[in-house]
Design a protein around this ligand. Sequence first.
Ligand code: ZN
Length: 186
Amino acid sequence: MTGPLVFPGEEVAVEEEYVAAEGTFAENGIIYASQIGELELDDEEYVARVRSHNPPNILEVGDIVYAVVADIRNTMSTADVVGKAGVDRTLGGETYATIHVSKISQGYTDDVSKELRKGDYIRARVTAVKPALQLTTKDDRLGVIRSFCSTCKTQMERKGNGLFCPECKYSCPRKLAADYGNVKIQ
Ligand SMILES: [Zn+2]
């Protein structure tokens, strides 16, 4: 349901028929566009909107994102969000995120370092954007999708519910995504 492209200041509707909503403003009974975008006259809600033509790629609650674990602390991990799943565009806005220890795995965990390590690539869901960006990996599909050995930099292999370095021959626990090792990193 997309309408014609309109420009700021262009008359798009009258207040007798519609309520001015996003991307519009009303003056003396006339509704005008306040931004460039597609005009949408909603005849069910009686609302006039102008939807931004090229909205900035800002993260919203519920978005699935890819991130790199930056730091591990007592009760949380920090991560740099590098992209939004399915969106091949640079992110605008905040990309520094935190993952609280209670939001990492389905089971109880009190030690972040048993779930995530610095440098891990993770898939996560956005749970808050204000006042700070927060993520969760509490889902089968979420968690670590790629990891490299901190000693020899070899890509770690999945072993049970954890990871194994084929060079150093050691294993360690991790909150893995169900498809660990099969993910094409964008
Ligand atoms: Zn190794």
